[in-house]
Every structure is written in C-alpha cells, then in structure tokens.
Ligand binder design. Structure first.
Ligand code: PAF
Length: 279
C-alpha cells in the first residue's frame, strides 16, 4: 500500500490506475478505524479494482466545544488495517493539501443539512460537504463508499454530488451492528459496561417503533412510547426521535414510503445516533 501525503504523487499514482482502466473506489475516513469502516473497505474491494482510503481529520466539520485536538489519531494502526484489507493507496494529506493558504470556499447543502444532527451541530455538514467535494475532485473515483450509520451525511453527500455534477456512484453501506443490535461507533468505547448493556434499549426501541409504524399505528404515539422506553432504560436525554422521508429527510407525521426513523440520545456522557428503514 502506498501512503501518499501530497497531491502530485497522488495524481501520479491515480494516473497509473486510470491508464490501466482500473475502477477506483474511494473510502473517505477520519481514521480511528473500526469494523464499520472496514466493512466500507470490504464492499469497496468487492465492487472496485483498486481502493483508495483517505484519512483526514477535517477541522471544518468540528464545531465550537467539539474537541478537534482530542479526536483519536492512530495512523500507523489504521494503515496496518487498511494494508491488510488490500487497500492500494492511503491518501493521508497534510492540512495544506486540503485547505491551502487563503482557502475561502464553502460547500453548503441547504435544507437536508439543517434538521437532525445539523440542528445541534451548525456548520458541521458544510464542513463535511466541503471536504468530501475536495476529496472527490482530488481522487475522481468511480465510486465512493459511505456508511448508512451517518445517514444524514450520506443524504447530504448524495445531494451535493447531484448538484455539483459529480457523476461517480455514491454507495451507501448498511450499518454494522453488534449481535445485540447496537450500531458500531467509535463512541461506544466511551460507554461503561453498565451503559453499554443499557444502550441496547436504543436499537430495541427503534425496531419496535418501526414495526408498529409499518403496521399502520399512529406515528406520534409510537414515537412517544419509544422515548418513554429509552428514558426508562438508562438514556437521560433524547435530542430527536423522528420519522423522515428517506431521500430529502423531510419530517413525516404519517407513514409514507420511503421512510426512516432517526434517533440521537444521550447515555452517560455519550451521545449515540442511529437510523433504520421503515418498510
Ligand atoms: O464520516 C466521516 O468519517 C467524515 O465525516 C468524512 C466523510 C470522512 C468527511 O470528513
């Protein structure tokens, strides 16, 4: 695996692939890789001839009070995992390769970025859309892979790609879960053993609510019951538990297809998010 930090050698490496007609897959990450990320790599390996993974802890998507310096950085361990998985190129740019001196451009995807996590993290999805647009231009992949765990991010990126005429495929990869249903997340590491056991109430409440909504129950009542269940099971604050249209993420009071349930809730000092399809 080639580890590349500057644009010129990146372009050289990619030119070689293109000349050979290689289908290039991109897996963008901020490092601190876990099984969820490695699933993205696995799917990219299945669908493409060569996989480029990127690691860049993007300052533009961290808001006030979100500790950029404390974000875990473990490039050597990440590189070993990526190499073992068969990744061809690790793009680990220096900051100036993404935001050169005088950088002044922002990509903002209106509407879709505003609710759900966007409400609690103003500017976050602008930072994501901006860096992902840069990565798309730098790598010009044939397909790019993102986890459905961050479904709002995926929806923002899909919209941005359509709006800015990126023509490559954007592939959403289903969430990887522990056997009890909890979605894998680097944040799960912050849970105590007791909180980890209680956290199963989140996927349980989501599954039950999705089933009841699909069966024709009243959405507001079902969601209120799900919140009660979570609050009685160790969660102390629910930022949102909402039914939304799966494409534009518009809020739904009644069940219409395609729909998804979205949740963000706090347990101990950890904020967990999740989403599932309702069908
Ligand atoms: O999901 C992430 O890790 C990041 O938001 C991404 C897509 C790599 C952009 O920095």
């Amino acid at each position: 695996m080639q580890i590349v930090r500057q644009l010129d050698p990146l372009r050289d490496a990619l030119a070689g692939f293109r000349k050979a007609g290689t289908k290039i897959g991109l897996v963008p990450t901020m490092g601190a890789l876990h099984a969820g990320h490695m699933r993205l790599v696995e799917v990219a390996m299945e669908q493409c001839d060569a996989v480029v993974a990127s690691i860049f802890v993007n300052p533009a998507q961290f808001g006030e009070g979100e500790d950029l310096d404390a974000y875990p950085r473990q490039e050597a361990a990440d590189a070993a995992l990526l190499e073992a998985a068969g990744v061809a190129v690790l793009w680990a740019p220096t900051a100036d390769q993404i935001y050169p001196s005088g950088y002044a451009t922002n990509v903002s995807v209106r509407g879709i970025s505003d609710g759900l996590c966007g409400a609690a993290r103003p500017g976050h999805f602008d930072g994501v859309a901006t860096v992902v647009a840069k990565l798309f231009n730098q790598i010009r992949p044939d397909a790019a892979f993102f986890g459905e765990k961050d479904y709002q991010q995926l929806a923002v990126i899909r919209r941005m790609a359509r709006d800015l005429d990126f023509t490559h495929d954007i592939i959403g990869v289903p969430t990887v879960r522990d056997p009890d249903g909890l979605a894998l997340s680097s944040r799960n590491a912050y849970l105590t053993a007791e909180q980890r056991a209680d956290a199963v109430a989140l996927p349980e409440a989501m599954r039950e609510a999705a089933k009841a909504i699909a069966a024709g129950g009243r959405v507001t009542e079902i969601l209120a019951e799900a919140k009660v269940h979570m609050l009685a099971s160790g969660f102390h604050k629910i930022d949102y538990l909402e039914l939304r249209d799966a494409n534009m993420l518009a809020l739904l009071d009644d069940f219409t297809q395609p729909a998804r349930l979205f949740v963000a809730a706090h347990i101990g000092r950890t904020r967990l998010i999740d989403n599932i399809a309702v069908s």
